[in-house]
Design a binder for this molecule. Structure first.
Ligand code: SF4
Length: 393
């Protein structure tokens, strides 16, 4: 993408992934540190108008020769808090505005919260062109869902998947969390069993992390909630490994498992540290040597868009070395790891020479493996990924 006008919109660079951030939520989950707002539904019309305008402004700066969309992702927040017709309209505006790769099927994902969609919504979303649905289940145990402050029940989640199948979705992800307060290995096994019984194509299984400045962090600090011990969490990971393998899933990223052919291309683009464009308040854009974050305030964002003023709250210039290190660390999240020759071609830096003795030590400690032109985390390294990455970032 290359532009003649550089005010609200960025002068674009080749980019194949578009993300649209929808920051509304029914209520704020106690563990959540994302930019999402509860009780602000009255701002939806303002948000939609501003994002529509941003789509047009961004597309006006888009160089049709270099920009070819391959993936679109509507995430949040809770995208399905917007009416399905509105989501369909926003998608159609994106498809009309941006050039699409001619030779690949577009992957168009949307996140859905079971409390906010019914079968008619799902049918409308599928007709509009969304072809990948990511359902925020988190748990199939109502007690755990209540603890997480989730606004749906296990039966709502199951119904959403069944409705999505009837609507024609053939690529469905279920998001689940483990390591919840009071959870035992058997509880997690039960959740996973319920998820696998629904035969999704993809599973995102995240360990609950306690983020600073969240109600969950306060509850853990005050001792009113207890997270499971480390051995218990390791046991949950072992259970996961066995159960997903038996069900025909492969782990391709630290937290992501797929049946053959259903890896999330949008997220792979992100883990490969390739460019992407983010629309909406709070969305991050990564193009060329720069990373931008849009204003995290819907009214201010809309005001800036309407006045064609810059909307970036943060703008960061990344040096070649910073981008190289980020690419290594993010690439190691994937089980295939990072290609050494690929890094050399992209950055002119050889990771083996660059990391020198640090790399040797991590390999000797059995945390990293170096084979077939790739660096990847070992089994043990996957368990200690944060420690390894802290050494390489
Ligand atoms: S639904 Fe998701 S984005 Fe919204 S508050 Fe809960 S965790 Fe955060």
């Amino acid at each position: 993408m290359a532009g003649h006008r550089q005010r609200t919109a960025i002068s674009c660079k080749p980019c194949s992934a578009l993300y649209l951030h929808i920051p509304f939520c029914l209520r704020k989950c106690p563990y959540c540190s994302f930019f999402s707002l509860a009780g602000k539904n009255h701002l939806q019309p303002l948000y939609v108008k501003a994002v529509s305008m941003q789509i047009r402004q961004t597309a006006a700066n888009c160089d049709e020769k270099s920009c070819r969309l391959e993936t679109i992702f509507f995430g949040g927040g809770t995208p399905t808090l917007l009416p399905a017709e509105t989501l369909a309209r926003l998608l159609s505006e994106c498809l009309d505005a941006f050039p699409v790769a001619p030779d690949k099927e577009l992957e168009i994902s949307i996140e859905a919260n079971p409390a906010t969609v019914d079968k008619n919504d799902l049918a409308m979303l599928r007709r509009a062109g969304f072809n990948r649905l990511s359902i925020g289940v988190q748990s199939f145990t109502d007690r755990e869902l209540a603890l997480l402050g989730r606004p749906h029940t296990a039966s709502d989640a199951r119904q959403t998947l069944l409705d999505a199948r009837r609507a024609g979705f053939t690529n469905i992800n279920l998001d689940l969390m483990y390591g919840l307060p009071g959870q035992r290995i058997g509880d997690w096994g039960y959740n996973l069993e319920r998820a696998l019984a629904l035969a999704p194509e993809h599973l995102s299984l995240y360990e609950l992390t306690v983020e600073e400045n969240t109600p969950l962090a306060d509850q853990v600090r005050s001792g009113s909630l207890h997270l499971p011990a480390e051995e218990e969490v390791l046991g949950m990971l072992e259970t996961t490994k066995t159960m997903v393998r038996q069900a025909g899933f492969t782990r391709y990223e630290i937290s992501n498992y797929t049946r053959s052919g259903f890896q999330c291309r949008h997220n792979i683009n992100y883990w490969q540290n390739r460019p992407y464009f983010g629309l909406g308040p709070g969305a991050v854009t990564c193009l060329d040597h720069r990373r931008y974050r849009a204003i995290e305030d819907i009214e201010q964002f809309a005001e800036h868009i309407a006045a064609d003023k810059p909307i970036w709250e943060d703008e960061e210039h990344l040096t070649k070395e910073e981008r190289f290190r980020e690419t290594v660390v993010m690439g190691l999240r994937m089980t295939r790891g990072v290609s050494i020759s690929g890094l050399r071609r992209r950055f002119g830096i050889d990771p083996v020479a660059y990391y020198g003795t640090t790399l040797d030590r991590l390999i000797k400690q059995g945390l990293l493996r170096h084979d077939n032109d790739h660096l990847r985390l070992s089994k043990q390294g996957l368990l200690l990924a944060n420690t390894v990455m802290a050494e390489l970032v």
